[in-house]
Write a protein of this length. Structure first.
Length: 133
């Protein structure tokens, strides 16, 4: 039997790209390493939830901090409870570390996520690692 990929449109606010970290009242950390073959300007969507405080770092520099906010008003018919903040970031050529430190004061578990948007030709060449390269 032959299998093929079929393109499917999904509303981004319906796709939950966050990880579930654990209960409220604790500090949680996360990191990933991203390899870019060339310097790259991308849009990063930082995902979280209400009553969540996150500090995001790119290569050791603070790029976003504070209580989670939502850039876009969710539609009334949307079931999504995730918050999405967008910011332009620049990956250097080679390996880049994205790190977060966060906690939530309510509505556990703490959830955090990151979506990178950019030129598909570049994004297909990007590599990810869950541990330092």
């Amino acid at each position: 039997k032959e299998l093929r990929w079929h393109e499917k449109s999904v509303a981004l606010d319906e796709l939950d790209s966050r990880i579930r970290l654990g209960p409220a009242g604790q500090v949680w950390y996360g990191a990933t390493w991203i390899f870019s073959p060339t310097p790259a300007n991308l849009t990063a969507d930082f995902l979280s939830y209400q009553q969540t405080f996150l500090r995001w770092f790119l290569n050791g520099e603070l790029i976003l901090s504070g209580e989670a906010k939502n850039d876009k008003q969710r539609s009334a018919e949307s079931n999504s409870k995730q918050f999405r903040q967008s910011k332009s970031i620049t990956l250097k050529e080679g390996w880049n570390q994205i790190f977060f430190r966060g906690y939530c004061t309510g509505y556990p578990p703490l959830r955090a996520g990151l979506v990178l948007k950019g030129n598909p030709d570049l994004l297909w060449k990007v590599k990810l690692s869950s541990s330092p390269p």
